[in-house]
Design a protein around this ligand. Structure first.
Ligand code: RB5
Length: 147
């Protein structure tokens, strides 16, 4: 499993914290950046991660901005991406188990480093349950193609 992570300037420190967590846990990953706090546009970074996950180049994506909202809006515009904005471990577990979410969005201005790390851990370690949830995820795919 390989993870692609990115942020904007407002999510830089939490992203660095999450990258440290991925390293500590030995999770294969690539970090898109940015590397400085210079102002950037979150749609550019969300699109890079969303396209790579949708193309199957990465199993999961992680996006951090100030609130996580902008990243999640953009990521969910991409077919095949199910981005979940999570503020708790519970939401992260449910996003994986029930929604088969493949992109985690976090807000640095919303959650601290410890909670952010715990959310990431829950997201990475929870499998999709399938079963009745597979039918519902299939309906998400149908909604994407019907517009
Ligand atoms: C940047 O100031 C901020 O708008 C952005 O990080 C994000 O919170 C948008 O949803």
């Amino acid at each position: 499993m390989k993870v692609l992570i990115a942020s904007d300037h407002a999510g830089l420190e939490l992203r660095q914290e999450l990258v440290a967590s991925l390293k500590e846990r030995g999770v294969a990953h690539d970090d898109v950046g940015p590397v400085t706090r210079d102002s950037v546009d979150y749609p550019d970074f969300a699109t890079r991660v969303a396209r790579a996950v949708a193309a199957g180049e990465y199993a999961l994506g992680v996006l951090v901005c100030g609130t996580g909202i902008g990243m999640s809006i953009v990521a969910n515009k991409h077919r095949g991406v199910r981005a979940a904005l999570c503020t708790t471990e519970f939401e992260a577990r449910m996003a994986r188990a029930h929604n088969d979410a493949n992109v985690l969005c976090l807000g640095q201005r919303v959650v601290g480093a410890g909670v952010g790390r715990a959310i990431l851990e829950a997201f990475l370690s929870t499998p999709f349950e399938g079963g009745r949830h597979e039918r519902r995820v299939q309906k998400i795919r149908e909604a994407e193609s019907q517009g």
